[in-house]
Design a binder for this molecule. Sequence first.
Ligand SMILES: O=C(O)CCC(=O)C(=O)O
Length: 280
Amino acid sequence: MGSKSTNPLELGRSLPVPNVQELAQSDDQIPERYYRPEADVDPVASIDEDELPVIDLMKLLNPELIDKDELFRLGSACREWGFFQCVPFHYRDTLDTYTLKIGKVVDCLYGLMAEDLGVDLQDMLNIFRDQIQSVRINYYPPCKQANKVLGLSPHSDGIALTVLLQANDVHALQIKKNDKWLLVKPKPSALIINIGDMMEIMTNGKYKSIEHRAIINIEERLSIATFHLPSIDVLLRPFPGLVNSNGELYKTISAKEYTREYFAGKLNGKNALESMKLRK
Ligand SMILES: O=C(O)CCC(=O)C(=O)O
């Protein structure tokens, strides 16, 4: 299983934005499009309410010596949180080497997820044989009116698995948990992993693709998101064995069509995934 660097841009892309570095340096008013009054009033979880599950990759890397408790924790994180942090990870590379290493971490996670779900490993490997990897570098400028704007609107990811690295020590990622926004404070050198919409469909809703957003701070912030999805011709449908008496919960759709629909929806909460549900 390897990651293929295909350019999926012809299927859609994030909205183009003006140069935010210039914007941050100017004393102009914040443009209307960035104002998000709800950012200031949405319910936010209290600081110590919860911590994103931490998974120790070292305990899971050797297939002969997998720590079953750690595997159980990984499975629960995917089912109950849709997000977890992986330690340890040391980032001192060029972007090329970094994405290559991330592809390997992700391949390893697919194998572990197959084991957790009771899915045939070969079925999982077949889906991701020619997987596509794409990278987005997010720059969030410093802002004096940080509480009035959002850096990234609430959305779930329209892919299978995302790996996020917060490149400096400014916290801004918030995930929706129990109807409140919970601020993620990753451990030093942790990768943040989240389940995307395609994985939720393929696991028939067992793993959760969770809404998240990024706030703005008075300090600048940089994050690197690496997205992984199956080859665009793959049909997204539940793995055999994950459909119980409730049947399939989502429409069957190709990765290509789902990607088109996702981008047409313009980062709007979980709308794209909701529209795939067979029962509301
Ligand atoms: O910068 C972050 O923490 C969130 C990034 C993100 O959600 C994305 O790029 O889709």
